[in-house]
Design a protein. Structure first.
Length: 135
């Protein structure tokens, strides 16, 4: 069951980025499903690992396209990416400490990232990429 359905508000119109964002939504849905079944603690390890893998390939793709497009605010955007990676490391530490509230914290963070980063922050680079012919 999908708790969050892909919506065009998250879309950039850049196929590689949108596909990666859809994967992010599926990871969040997996976490939400686990929580609804009271299995959040069991699933959180997978989600943290997947967040780390996602960040590696997605941020590399996104920043590479920003560079190619000459996006002027790439340094500012990288700060958001660095904060995401820092949060993933924090989650991993808390997981290793058996933090009982971690599954809820991860879910809240991913939901916030979806609603703030994908639908707002990422939209800022779209015009630069479109002007550069990236789609």
């Amino acid at each position: 069951m999908a708790f969050i359905v892909w919506d065009e508000v998250y879309a950039t119109g850049i196929s590689s980025i949108d596909e990666q964002h859809k994967h992010f939504v599926s990871v969040l849905n997996r976490m939400l499903e686990a929580l609804s079944q009271k299995k959040g603690k069991e699933e959180v390890s997978y989600v943290i690992d997947e967040m780390s893998r996602y960040a590696e390939y997605h941020f590399h793709t996104e920043e590479g396209l920003m560079e190619k497009a000459g996006y002027p605010d790439i340094a500012e955007h990288r700060i958001f990416h660095d904060a995401f990676l820092s949060k993933v490391n924090d989650f991993l530490y808390k997981y290793n400490q058996n933090d009982e509230t971690l599954s809820a914290e991860v879910t809240i963070f991913l939901t916030f990232w979806l609603n703030e980063h994908l639908s707002t922050i990422d939209q800022k680079y779209v015009p630069s990429m479109k002007r550069a012919g990236i789609s």
